[in-house]
Ligand binder design. Structure first.
Ligand code: COA
Length: 436
């Protein structure tokens, strides 16, 4: 690798390393991921996250392993609504298959060959009776037998292990107070663990993720209501994507703050998602992302209410209501409980491959919570999608806010010619440019 690129990349990762240190992430991956060629890469990435101070809880699946074992034993099996019906006679094979998968994961996490990314990692992996289960029971006339659902997660024990620097590994098995064993879905275990631990993130590694918008662009962020709309509108989503999206939605509704859907076939999906600005997966969050969307004509009234006081104060350039109506497509807004509490606009100058970031504003009651930063990220993404390579901003009051976010001081002469002609020398705004 070119040393310059390496240093640049390493430095860019710095803020993410700081942000994630000491946080708890639940990572779920399938049994197919455990068998795949890419598995050792996944383990290396998990070891890396651990060494960067992230507390990891792993929830693994074992479907192909179980099917193979049942097949070897000459047993038939069936799924109803995506869940296996587990007969009492199948249970011993299921335990063997899950045990095999778990041991494979533990063995791989124990490796530390010189010249491998795991060298010196010395990971401690813990599993045990951490999941209490109950039978799924009879549903729509189908008795699911020993297929169960999570009843309780021993979050106290998991927290203690995590504090002692261990990685906690949860298998798709749960025990009941009656002494029985139930086969669970890894997804159920992962979501229940994320919820019980109030984990900062739930990362779901899908075997076949295809989440694109109607223009075929990958979807990077979704609010729960966007996700619901997508599920309702796009029946073309593949089965696994739809299932994981529903799961993410349920997890968000249950209070998990951030759920990331990632395609595990992409080598390095975890570090790319966690340590780069744009990520490679889809983040579903009910955080303040709720309501970050393109502005529509009905938002003009709310926009005027938000920006008028700032115009009067001199922080923003005056825009007439008519101009807002004409240019409404340029705006993104942040809506909360029906009120517009933030906005930003992008004006592209395609010839110069420059974009103007304009009218960045957040209502005073909602400042200092990263909302403007979020608007900026959205505008930057939009600009990149439109093929622009730099963003400029004119500001009188927020120079340092932009400088701290990678904008460099520039001259009026650096602006697109058309913009130079409109520059208001009395206002004397400062010019900043950021390379995207
Ligand atoms: C600038 C503005 C958009 C920031 O909104 P926000 O949602 O509070 O911003 P964030 O939460 O993402 O960032 C908060 C950080 O920026 C800092 N900050 C806020 N306003 C700032 C300003 N005018 N100059 C420098 N830093 C500023 C805060 O101190 C905080 O930093 P800290 O956490 O280190 O203390 C908001 O203050 C605003 O609407 N200002 C008036 C409009 C304006 O001047 N817009 C820019 C011209 S286009």
């Amino acid at each position: 690798m070119n040393p310059e690129h390496f240093v640049q990349w390493f430095r860019q990762a710095g803020p993410y390393v700081n942000a994630h240190r000491g946080r708890t992430f639940v990572v779920q991956f399938s049994g197919a991921a455990v068998e795949a060629d890419t598995f050792s890469g996944l383990i290396d990435d998990l070891a890396l996250l651990h060494s960067l101070g992230i507390r990891l809880v792993l929830a693994h699946g074992a479907r192909p392993q179980i099917e193979q074992r049942l097949h070897e034993a000459g047993r038939e099996w069936r799924y109803v609504n995506g869940l296996r019906v587990t007969e009492a006679e199948d249970l011993c094979y299921i335990k063997q298959a899950i045990g095999r998968a778990r041991i494979r994961i533990e063995a791989r996490l124990s490796m530390g060959l010189a010249n491998s990314p795991m060298h010196g990692a010395r990971l401690r992996v813990v599993s045990g009776n951490l999941v209490t289960a109950r039978p799924l029971g009879v549903r729509d006339g189908v008795d699911y037998g020993f297929t169960g659902e999570v009843r309780r997660i021993d979050d106290c024990a998991i927290r203690r292990w995590l504090e002692q620097d261990a990685i906690v590994l949860l298998s798709p098995l749960g025990y009941s107070p009656t002494g029985e064993i139930f086969n669970l879905s890894a997804e159920d275990v992962a979501t229940a663990a994320a919820h019980a631990l109030r984990s900062d993130k739930l990362l779901i590694l899908s075997d076949n993720l295809e989440l694109r918008d109607l223009d075929g662009q990958p979807i990077r962020e979704l609010s729960p209501s966007d996700a619901e709309r997508l599920l309702a509108k796009q029946p073309a989503l593949n089965e696994e994507t739809a299932r994981h999206l529903r799961l993410a939605l349920r997890a968000c509704q249950a209070g998990v703050r951030r759920v990331h859907l990632l395609d595990r076939r992409l080598d390095g999906a975890l570090p790319l998602e966690l340590f780069t600005r744009d990520g490679v997966g889809t983040l579903i969050t009910a955080d303040i992302y709720e309501g970050l969307r393109p502005a529509a004509i009905d938002d003009v009234v709310g926009l005027v209410e938000l920006i008028q006081p700032l115009e009067e104060d001199g922080a923003l350039v005056r825009r007439s209501r008519e101009r807002l109506e004409v240019e409404i497509d340029r705006f993104s807004v942040l809506e909360r409980d029906g009120a517009i509490i933030g906005c930003a606009a992008l004006y592209p100058f395609a010839e110069e491959r420059l974009g103007e970031l304009a009218c960045v504003a957040v209502h005073p009651d909602y400042r200092n919570s990263g909302r403007a930063e979020m608007l900026l990220r959205r505008i930057e993404r939009q600009a990149r999608t439109q093929g622009l390579s730099r963003l400029f901003v004119l500001t009188t009051r927020a120079a340092h806010w932009f400088r701290e976010r990678g904008f460099e001081p520039a001259e009026v002469a650096d602006l697109p010619v058309q913009k130079q002609q409109l520059y208001n020398w009395r206002r004397r705004s400062k010019v900043f440019i950021k390379t995207l």
